[in-house]
Design a binder for this molecule. Structure first.
Ligand code: ADP
Ligand code: PAZ
Length: 319
């Protein structure tokens, strides 16, 4: 996984974290250290300094994009004046990246920062794991070792969900996944009711498929995005974060008898370590190389982390 190398002919401008930090300009800090601690996932050291260095500038950039899309919306409304009223639609931000790279933490921090803009927009967050097929279906199809791969998701449901959101429909429902039971939770739904901004986060959000041969028009998930972010790091680091998280979960969540991975808290440490490494090698690392990393060049913004989980480089697509 290459470093992001600045080049005259690259579609991106690449910044060091210190250069990027300056784009915060006068954006005020609206989070407290305690809030950041509550927003971060297990093992992620992100703190207020990192929010100040990286995320305030990202939030400011997104603000500019949301404002210009609202302006375009008003211009289109006046262009169409006399016609039907145009429904205002949510601004959708896609967040992609490997398992264990820290997408959830980034998504939760951005959600809070965006919601604290002076206009107090309504910001919602949905993760794609809810759209995985339930384990019963994956088992029947022989896909339990393919969780997170493109064929393990109900992409039709994702497209219907995003299409309803973009159409401005009220009370759109999305299914919910539990890492604890390692399955979609039957009957549980999250309701998304006309937000100003929706953050849609998951491994697969920038993936494309083969064009259908029958001429039917089927969009890609990312066709619904107004902006997209890819969280990047060296595979060796992400593997380490995955394995460390697994070993830490053994001491916490896996201890609970109802946890899907409970058995891994009952075996010797070296056996558990070998299982975590195999899960990475056979599922998540493979998926990263085959299906996730190839989508990186489709992102508008790439946040690249260094070994300590902190962002070292930022690449912004040239307009
Ligand atoms: N087996 C697990 N048990 C409990 N929580 C988990 C487990 N695996 C992942 N998580 C949590 O689920 C969230 C999503 O994890 P993941 O899909 O690896 O993406 P990322 O690390 O990029 O956010 C994280 O907050 C992580 O801490
Ligand atoms: C649930 C996931 C596929 C991530 O889904 P996402 O929210 O990115 O759509 C992943 O966390 C996972 O469980 N992978 C399967 C292999 C493993 O147990 O790590």
């Amino acid at each position: 996984m290459d470093q992001l190398t600045p080049s005259k002919f690259s579609p991106y401008r690449v910044f060091t974290a210190a250069e990027w930090a300056k784009f915060r300009a006068d954006a005020p800090m609206t989070l407290t250290e305690d809030e950041v601690r509550r927003l971060r996932s297990i093992g992620d050291p992100v703190d207020l300094d990192e929010v100040a260095r990286i995320y305030l500038a990202v939030s400011r950039l997104l603000y500019a994009h949301v404002e210009s899309s609202q302006l375009l919306f008003r211009q289109r409304q006046s262009f169409l004046s006399g016609g039907a009223t145009v429904q205002k639609t949510p601004f959708i931000i896609g967040i992609a990246g490997s398992v264990a790279v820290g997408k959830s933490t980034t998504a939760r921090i951005l959600k809070e920062l965006l919601a604290r803009w002076p206009s107090s927009p309504k910001v919602d967050l949905v993760t794609t794991d809810g759209f995985l097929y339930p384990n019963a279906v994956l088992e029947a199809e022989g896909l339990m070792q393919r969780k997170g791969f493109p064929e393990s998701y109900d992409v039709g449901s994702i497209l219907r969900f995003l299409s309803d959101i973009k159409a401005g429909r009220p009370r759109v429902e999305a299914p919910v996944y539990s890492h604890f039971v390692y399955d979609v939770v039957p009957g549980q739904r999250i309701t998304i009711d006309r937000p100003d901004i929706l953050i849609f986060e998951g491994l697969n959000v920038l993936q494309v498929r083969e064009m259908p041969k029958d001429g039917k028009a089927v969009p890609f998930v990312s066709d619904f995005f107004d902006h997209s972010i890819y969280i990047d790091a060296d595979e060796a680091e992400i593997r380490r974060w995955y394995v460390e998280r697994f070993m830490r979960l053994r001491e916490t969540a896996f201890r609970e008898a109802d946890s899907f991975f409970h058995r891994y808290s009952q075996i010797p440490e070296d056996e558990a370590l070998a299982i975590a490494e195999a899960l990475w090698r056979d599922i998540n690392g493979k998926n990263l190389y085959e299906n996730i990393l190839p989508t990186r060049p489709r992102a508008d913004l790439i946040l690249r982390k260094g070994p300590n989980h902190l962002i070292e480089q930022v690449a912004l697509r040239k307009i």
